[in-house]
Ligand binder design. Sequence first.
Ligand SMILES: Nc1ncnc2c1ncn2[C@@H]1O[C@H](COP(=O)(O)OP(=O)(O)OP(=O)(O)O)[C@@H](O)[C@H]1O
Length: 540
Amino acid sequence: MANSIEDVECCTGLAYNMRRQARTLREAVSDKLHKFKEPNFAFSLCDPHPFPHPESDRLEHCYKYGQGNGKFLPVLLEQQLGEYTVKAKLGHGNFATVWQALPTNGVGAHGYDSVAIKVCTNSKKDSRDDVTEARVLMKLAKRSDGRGDLGKNHIVKVDECFRVPGHFGDHFCIVQEAIGPSLDYHFNLVQKQGLGSFDYQVSKKVGFQLLAAAAWLHKAGYGHGDIHPHNILMKEQGFKAGTNAKRFLEPKNTKPQDLKYMPDYLVSCIDDDLTERAPLTLETCDVRLADFGQTFKKNHPRRVYKMTTLKGNRAPEWMIKHAPITMSIDIWSIACMVYRITTGKHLMFVDERYKDDQGKYTQKRTKKDINGDHAPMMVRLLGTPPAWMISKWKRSGLPAMDWDKIKPEGNLHERIMKERPADMTDKEVALFEDFLRKALAWDHRYRATAKELIQHEWFKSIISDEDKVPLEALFSPKDCFVKTLFKTSCGKLKFLTEKVGGHLAKKVELEAQVSTPDEKEEDDDEKELSSDQMALLLKL
Ligand SMILES: Nc1ncnc2c1ncn2[C@@H]1O[C@H](COP(=O)(O)OP(=O)(O)OP(=O)(O)O)[C@@H](O)[C@H]1O
């Protein structure tokens, strides 16, 4: 006998519950494994390191070298990498070290004096992302939006790629133009100088250029997925990296079995040298969006749960179960960053690691802990989320909130008033708040796009003549013209089909009346019909 509806529902509910329990169990196990895999910090005594700025923690950890997968290639100054000679260290991330190099034969592949070589880890899995990064960047370099390409210049360009053999597999190398220090570097510089944040107009310009880059990238069908100050480089003419201080490794700091795979010394990078650069101005400010390791095709992020972008800059859809991740995650990150560089304060800051008794960072925090801090912060700042998010709140493992007591519009306005730069007028506060609210819409479907945001009134004061032409081209009536033409043609076509359909029906009706006296009339009618149709066709 067939099961009743109740039986089926009951079974489905049971299966759902079992699936959910299995998932929770799987997540718990993976959390445990993840913790277990955490590096042993006892072997990495690089912190605090003896470079010029003790507050800097820019030196890579020793555990990133040695046996196994996901390790860096040991690189030393004056070493040969492909056809280039390494001259200085530019930085490092989780997946690569980056070196400034000169072509050994004296001429760069594309005529630049020096290049930046990103030497990726030997991990096969990461290597796939690095290859994607290089491929996407090379593809983008050939693309044009046919409207002046506003924003394309603010995306880093790749010259060539090659592989270098390492002890445990090849290391993929990406050669790019050497651009300049990161936005984070400049931010630390102004903070060190006691200025708090950038000049107000400069922060606007950085925001504008970033949004222009995002608008161009999104139009090309890609999301960046990892926008934060480390991945934004500020172009500098004749860029030269820092002092290259060397730190020799002491054997006691490394695992004995890893010793022979370590470089003799680690090199300090430009980020450790916060003394020499002139502050950014409206004229010198030239942003380049870099690190496309997390890039994804429109609405198809490749590694939803493994993306490593800064947690405090993450959009709410990261926390809500089954919420789609779209290109609008970039808009959220840009808005958080613009707030930071404008006011000097984090919009939302979440610790990504646990701290020990002495305040030193240790293991990574769990996703649940991080979200447990982040979600209430968002609610306090932006007010009540939409009902569909509230309904998924508990299921997503987010902390219980007393929704009745939440201020519907949040305290964003109060925050801006408290943290605004001295030269931000009340009118500008209103514009800034409006800009942020549009970019930080809870629901990704109602979040403004990059193209919409670059037209925002808040940016009006910094748009240069150089930007005006491509900006106008981007919103030129050609766009409207094409749309209107398409709409009118569709309308006319519909009208014509209806009319012709009507006449044909009439014709069939007339033909059905098989009587001789009426035959002449019918012929006339037919003539009339075809002339009618002809007139309509001519009109079109
Ligand atoms: N073209 C360049 N010119 C100058 N400096 C660069 C360039 N590319 C990268 N850098 C420096 O190297 C650092 C690390 O590079 P990148 O962010 O690409 O590495 P990653 O391992 O992919 O980082 P992440 O962990 O953020 O994914 C950057 O923060 C920047 O300071």
